[in-house]
Ligand binder design. Structure first.
Ligand code: TPP
Ligand code: MG
Length: 323
């Protein structure tokens, strides 16, 4: 990895973490409502994967703010969406779980666990049918691997050799249920092995995630069919803002935080490229400024017009639809 790319990964991880702390703060004041799932601790996975998969379509879970930022969606548009404002990336209709931006080939954000996996497979089918050279990445949590939609998606993607990169973020928890209580093994790629090749990566290491996703992307683009990547990671916060995560031990958190992805990337930048503390402080400043501006923009933005409430609900031009 060259210095420029490493610096880019670092910037987006810092931006992502600051963005999430700001979102948390403004949720507590009531300016953000609905659900809010924070990505703090998982930034290496979110940023490394999005920066590596730099073309093609992306479908993600509901914990997707940092992925959206790393895909290139403006912090102002993401924050305004969390605030439910018209200038939000989904015009204030989706909120935190439904950041949707076709111009960035980023289709959310899905509240239904595993519900986006068949959509990703359908999109890959369309891309193959269109003769596109690009593939599709679907990101999902360990909890999604216990659902039927997951197996159905692996099955048809494999049978039809569709260009899908299945990326499992295994943080060991599905809300407050440990994966070890509800799956026969901790490593979820074992479920995919009968269908496709699998890879494992340390999800707390942005460089490793980046390299692994690049390799996996190349594989699907060469027309071999789907591939499955499992990244082991830690979320520092509860599942959502309504989860105090009392089920987790201090020891578990200590082990997680010792692997902090941002600290790790700092070490990488210092050792390999000799960056100094002054540079790192400037990155922090730049990221904080972008977040402050996003919050200011979101809080000052107008609400959506209530007369638009029913727009996009029914397709007025479609046959057999009475509006
Ligand atoms: C089909 C479906 N079943 C159940 C839920 C409730 N639910 C929301 S998140 C979640 C856990 C999903 O697992 P994972 O993605 O690993 O969770 P995380 O790591 O984000 O806590 C569940 C069961 C849902 N949203 N959709
Ligand atoms: Mg999980």
């Amino acid at each position: 990895m060259n210095k420029l790319k490493a610096e880019e990964l670092y910037y987006y991880m810092v931006l992502g973490r600051k963005f999430e702390y700001a979102a948390k703060e403004h949720y507590m004041t009531g300016e953000i409502s609905g659900f809010l799932h924070l990505d703090i601790g998982q930034e290496a996975l979110s940023v490394g994967a999005m920066k590596a998969f730099d073309h093609g379509d992306v479908f993600t879970t509901y914990r997707e703010h940092v992925m959206a930022l790393a895909r290139g969606i403006e912090p102002k548009a993401v924050m305004a969406e969390l605030f439910g404002k018209k200038a939000g990336v989904s015009e204030g209709r989706g909120g935190s779980m439904h950041l949707f931006d076709p111009s960035h080939f980023f289709y959310g954000g899905d509240a239904i666990v595993g519900g986006h996996l068949p959509n990703a497979v359908g999109c890959a089918y369309a891309r193959k049918f269109q003769g596109s050279e690009h593939g599709v990445m679907a990101v999902f949590g360990d909890g999604a691997t216990n659902g039927g939609a997951f197996f159905e998606s692996l099955n048809i993607a494999s049978a039809w050799k569709l260009p899908v990169l299945f990326l499992c973020e295994n943080n060991g928890w599905a809300i407050g249920t440990s994966i070890d209580r509800v799956a026969p093994f901790h490593e979820q790629h074992k479920k995919a092995k009968p269908y496709m090749p699998t890879m494992e990566v340390d999800g707390m290491d942005a460089v490793a995630v980046y390299d692994t996703i690049k390799e996996a992307q190349k594989y699907i683009e060469e027309g071999h069919g789907p591939i499955f990547v499992e990244a082991y990671t830690c979320r520092y916060e509860g599942h959502s803002m309504s989860d105090a995560a009392t089920y987790r031990s201090p020891q578990e958190m200590e082990i997680c935080k010792a692997k902090d992805p941002i600290e790790r990337m700092k070490g990488f930048l210092k050792e390999l490229f000799g960056v100094d503390d002054d540079y790192l402080a400037k990155v922090e400043e730049r990221a904080q400024k972008a977040v402050d501006e996003a919050v200011e923009f979101a809080s000052q933005s107008p609400e959506p017009d209530p007369t638009e409430l029913y727009d996009h609900v029914f397709c007025k031009e479609c046959a057999n639809v009475v509006s």
